[in-house]
Design a protein around this ligand. Structure first.
Ligand SMILES: [Mg+2]
Length: 215
Protein backbone atom coordinates (compact mmCIF):
# COMPACT_ATOMS: atom_id res chain seq x y z
CA UNK A 1 0.00 0.00 0.00
CA UNK A 2 1.30 3.47 -0.71
CA UNK A 3 -0.18 6.79 0.11
CA UNK A 4 0.28 10.32 -1.06
CA UNK A 5 -1.62 13.44 -0.26
CA UNK A 6 -2.27 16.48 -2.43
CA UNK A 7 -4.82 19.25 -2.25
CA UNK A 8 -6.66 17.73 0.67
CA UNK A 9 -7.16 14.61 -1.34
CA UNK A 10 -5.68 11.30 -0.40
CA UNK A 11 -5.13 8.61 -2.95
CA UNK A 12 -4.46 5.25 -1.46
CA UNK A 13 -3.84 2.56 -3.98
CA UNK A 14 -3.99 -0.92 -2.65
CA UNK A 15 -2.13 -3.19 -4.95
CA UNK A 16 -2.97 -6.80 -4.89
CA UNK A 17 -2.83 -9.66 -7.27
CA UNK A 18 -6.24 -10.43 -8.64
CA UNK A 19 -6.69 -13.74 -10.29
CA UNK A 20 -5.90 -13.33 -13.95
CA UNK A 21 -9.17 -13.62 -15.73
CA UNK A 22 -9.76 -15.12 -19.12
CA UNK A 23 -11.79 -12.01 -19.89
CA UNK A 24 -8.93 -9.69 -18.98
CA UNK A 25 -9.09 -8.07 -22.41
CA UNK A 26 -12.63 -6.82 -21.73
CA UNK A 27 -13.20 -3.34 -20.36
CA UNK A 28 -13.37 -3.55 -16.59
CA UNK A 29 -16.50 -2.74 -14.67
CA UNK A 30 -16.27 -0.88 -11.40
CA UNK A 31 -18.18 -0.66 -8.16
CA UNK A 32 -17.48 2.78 -6.71
CA UNK A 33 -18.33 2.29 -3.05
CA UNK A 34 -18.91 5.00 -0.47
CA UNK A 35 -17.64 4.38 3.06
CA UNK A 36 -19.62 6.17 5.80
CA UNK A 37 -23.31 5.30 5.78
CA UNK A 38 -22.64 2.47 3.34
CA UNK A 39 -19.91 0.12 4.60
CA UNK A 40 -20.10 1.50 8.13
CA UNK A 41 -22.73 3.50 9.96
CA UNK A 42 -22.46 7.26 9.81
CA UNK A 43 -22.69 9.04 13.16
CA UNK A 44 -25.58 11.44 13.66
CA UNK A 45 -23.14 14.31 13.42
CA UNK A 46 -19.44 14.67 12.69
CA UNK A 47 -16.90 12.18 11.48
CA UNK A 48 -15.72 8.73 12.51
CA UNK A 49 -12.93 10.08 14.68
CA UNK A 50 -13.08 7.68 17.61
CA UNK A 51 -13.42 3.93 17.94
CA UNK A 52 -16.76 4.11 19.75
CA UNK A 53 -18.32 5.52 16.57
CA UNK A 54 -17.28 2.58 14.42
CA UNK A 55 -20.09 0.21 13.57
CA UNK A 56 -20.25 -1.83 10.38
CA UNK A 57 -23.41 -1.83 8.26
CA UNK A 58 -25.48 -4.94 8.97
CA UNK A 59 -24.51 -7.96 6.84
CA UNK A 60 -22.02 -5.89 4.85
CA UNK A 61 -19.25 -8.48 5.23
CA UNK A 62 -21.42 -11.37 4.07
CA UNK A 63 -22.66 -9.62 0.95
CA UNK A 64 -19.46 -7.76 0.09
CA UNK A 65 -17.66 -11.11 0.29
CA UNK A 66 -20.15 -12.61 -2.17
CA UNK A 67 -19.90 -9.58 -4.46
CA UNK A 68 -16.10 -9.63 -4.37
CA UNK A 69 -15.73 -13.35 -4.93
CA UNK A 70 -18.58 -14.10 -7.37
CA UNK A 71 -18.44 -11.15 -9.73
CA UNK A 72 -15.80 -9.37 -11.81
CA UNK A 73 -15.75 -5.76 -10.65
CA UNK A 74 -12.94 -3.51 -9.57
CA UNK A 75 -13.78 -2.29 -6.07
CA UNK A 76 -13.02 1.38 -5.57
CA UNK A 77 -13.78 3.21 -2.36
CA UNK A 78 -14.71 6.88 -2.82
CA UNK A 79 -15.33 8.92 0.31
CA UNK A 80 -15.75 12.51 1.43
CA UNK A 81 -14.22 13.10 4.86
CA UNK A 82 -15.02 16.69 5.77
CA UNK A 83 -12.01 18.54 7.10
CA UNK A 84 -9.62 15.60 7.10
CA UNK A 85 -6.13 16.81 7.85
CA UNK A 86 -7.30 19.88 9.71
CA UNK A 87 -7.36 20.50 13.43
CA UNK A 88 -11.05 19.64 13.28
CA UNK A 89 -10.30 16.13 11.99
CA UNK A 90 -6.60 15.22 12.21
CA UNK A 91 -5.17 12.22 10.37
CA UNK A 92 -4.26 10.69 13.71
CA UNK A 93 -7.98 10.36 14.50
CA UNK A 94 -8.82 9.03 11.05
CA UNK A 95 -6.08 6.72 9.85
CA UNK A 96 -6.02 3.93 12.48
CA UNK A 97 -9.78 3.44 12.20
CA UNK A 98 -9.69 3.63 8.40
CA UNK A 99 -6.86 1.07 8.25
CA UNK A 100 -8.85 -1.20 10.57
CA UNK A 101 -11.86 -0.99 8.24
CA UNK A 102 -9.75 -1.88 5.20
CA UNK A 103 -8.15 -4.78 7.07
CA UNK A 104 -11.50 -6.06 8.30
CA UNK A 105 -12.72 -6.27 4.71
CA UNK A 106 -9.48 -7.87 3.52
CA UNK A 107 -9.98 -10.56 6.16
CA UNK A 108 -13.27 -11.35 4.42
CA UNK A 109 -11.61 -11.50 0.97
CA UNK A 110 -12.82 -8.04 0.03
CA UNK A 111 -9.88 -6.15 -1.46
CA UNK A 112 -10.31 -2.59 -2.60
CA UNK A 113 -8.31 -1.86 -5.76
CA UNK A 114 -8.10 1.81 -4.84
CA UNK A 115 -9.31 4.16 -2.13
CA UNK A 116 -9.96 7.84 -2.83
CA UNK A 117 -10.69 10.25 -0.02
CA UNK A 118 -11.43 13.94 -0.29
CA UNK A 119 -10.85 15.97 2.85
CA UNK A 120 -12.40 19.25 1.82
CA UNK A 121 -15.46 20.90 3.30
CA UNK A 122 -18.65 21.45 1.32
CA UNK A 123 -18.00 25.21 1.28
CA UNK A 124 -14.64 24.68 -0.45
CA UNK A 125 -16.44 23.46 -3.59
CA UNK A 126 -13.45 21.25 -4.33
CA UNK A 127 -13.48 19.50 -7.73
CA UNK A 128 -12.56 16.35 -5.82
CA UNK A 129 -15.51 16.38 -3.46
CA UNK A 130 -18.35 14.05 -4.37
CA UNK A 131 -20.58 14.42 -6.31
CA UNK A 132 -17.88 16.07 -8.42
CA UNK A 133 -15.73 13.64 -10.33
CA UNK A 134 -12.21 14.92 -9.59
CA UNK A 135 -11.10 11.86 -7.65
CA UNK A 136 -12.22 9.35 -10.26
CA UNK A 137 -12.13 11.15 -13.60
CA UNK A 138 -9.29 8.91 -14.78
CA UNK A 139 -11.84 6.15 -15.22
CA UNK A 140 -13.90 8.25 -17.63
CA UNK A 141 -13.32 8.24 -21.37
CA UNK A 142 -10.98 5.36 -20.74
CA UNK A 143 -11.34 2.29 -22.91
CA UNK A 144 -9.99 0.11 -20.10
CA UNK A 145 -13.22 0.72 -18.20
CA UNK A 146 -16.89 0.07 -18.89
CA UNK A 147 -18.64 2.77 -16.87
CA UNK A 148 -21.98 2.14 -18.51
CA UNK A 149 -22.09 -1.18 -16.68
CA UNK A 150 -20.50 0.11 -13.50
CA UNK A 151 -22.25 1.29 -10.34
CA UNK A 152 -21.88 3.75 -7.50
CA UNK A 153 -23.06 2.29 -4.18
CA UNK A 154 -23.75 4.95 -1.57
CA UNK A 155 -26.15 6.31 1.00
CA UNK A 156 -26.45 9.93 -0.12
CA UNK A 157 -28.21 11.46 -3.07
CA UNK A 158 -24.78 12.90 -3.89
CA UNK A 159 -23.69 9.32 -4.61
CA UNK A 160 -26.54 9.07 -7.10
CA UNK A 161 -25.43 12.40 -8.59
CA UNK A 162 -21.87 11.05 -8.82
CA UNK A 163 -23.19 8.06 -10.77
CA UNK A 164 -24.91 10.39 -13.23
CA UNK A 165 -21.79 12.55 -13.52
CA UNK A 166 -19.70 9.46 -14.29
CA UNK A 167 -22.16 7.95 -16.73
CA UNK A 168 -22.88 4.91 -14.61
CA UNK A 169 -25.81 3.94 -12.40
CA UNK A 170 -26.40 4.15 -8.66
CA UNK A 171 -27.44 1.60 -6.07
CA UNK A 172 -28.78 3.84 -3.34
CA UNK A 173 -28.58 2.32 0.14
CA UNK A 174 -30.41 4.59 2.51
CA UNK A 175 -32.89 5.00 5.32
CA UNK A 176 -33.46 8.69 4.75
CA UNK A 177 -33.34 10.48 1.43
CA UNK A 178 -32.53 13.89 2.88
CA UNK A 179 -28.76 13.56 3.08
CA UNK A 180 -26.77 15.52 0.53
CA UNK A 181 -29.72 17.31 -1.05
CA UNK A 182 -27.95 20.68 -0.98
CA UNK A 183 -25.02 19.38 -3.01
CA UNK A 184 -26.78 17.96 -6.06
CA UNK A 185 -27.00 19.78 -9.38
CA UNK A 186 -29.93 17.83 -10.84
CA UNK A 187 -33.32 17.42 -9.25
CA UNK A 188 -34.02 14.23 -7.35
CA UNK A 189 -36.64 13.37 -9.99
CA UNK A 190 -34.05 13.61 -12.77
CA UNK A 191 -31.56 11.56 -10.77
CA UNK A 192 -34.16 8.90 -10.05
CA UNK A 193 -35.11 8.73 -13.72
CA UNK A 194 -31.61 8.73 -15.21
CA UNK A 195 -29.13 7.41 -12.71
CA UNK A 196 -30.88 5.15 -10.24
CA UNK A 197 -30.97 1.37 -10.68
CA UNK A 198 -31.88 0.32 -7.16
CA UNK A 199 -33.05 1.91 -3.95
CA UNK A 200 -32.86 -0.22 -0.82
CA UNK A 201 -32.12 -0.33 2.88
CA UNK A 202 -30.04 -3.50 2.83
CA UNK A 203 -26.97 -5.12 1.32
CA UNK A 204 -28.82 -8.31 0.45
CA UNK A 205 -30.79 -6.44 -2.22
CA UNK A 206 -27.59 -5.00 -3.65
CA UNK A 207 -26.07 -8.46 -3.92
CA UNK A 208 -29.24 -9.89 -5.48
CA UNK A 209 -29.38 -7.04 -7.99
CA UNK A 210 -25.77 -7.60 -9.03
CA UNK A 211 -26.32 -11.35 -9.19
CA UNK A 212 -29.13 -10.82 -11.68
CA UNK A 213 -26.94 -8.46 -13.70
CA UNK A 214 -24.23 -11.08 -13.81
CA UNK A 215 -26.36 -14.13 -14.56
MG1 LIG B 1 -21.96 8.13 2.80
Amino acid sequence: MFLSAANNCIYTIIQHKKQISNIAFMAKRILFIDRDGTLIHEPVSGNIDSWDKLQFYPHVFKYMNLIATEFEYELIMVSNQDGLGTEYFPYSDFQPIHDFIIKAFENEDVHFDAVYIDGSFKEDKSPNRKPRIGMVKQYMNNTDYDLENSFVIGDRITDVQLAKNLGCKALWLHHTEGKGMTEITDTIEVLRAIALSLETKNWKDIYEFLRQKNS
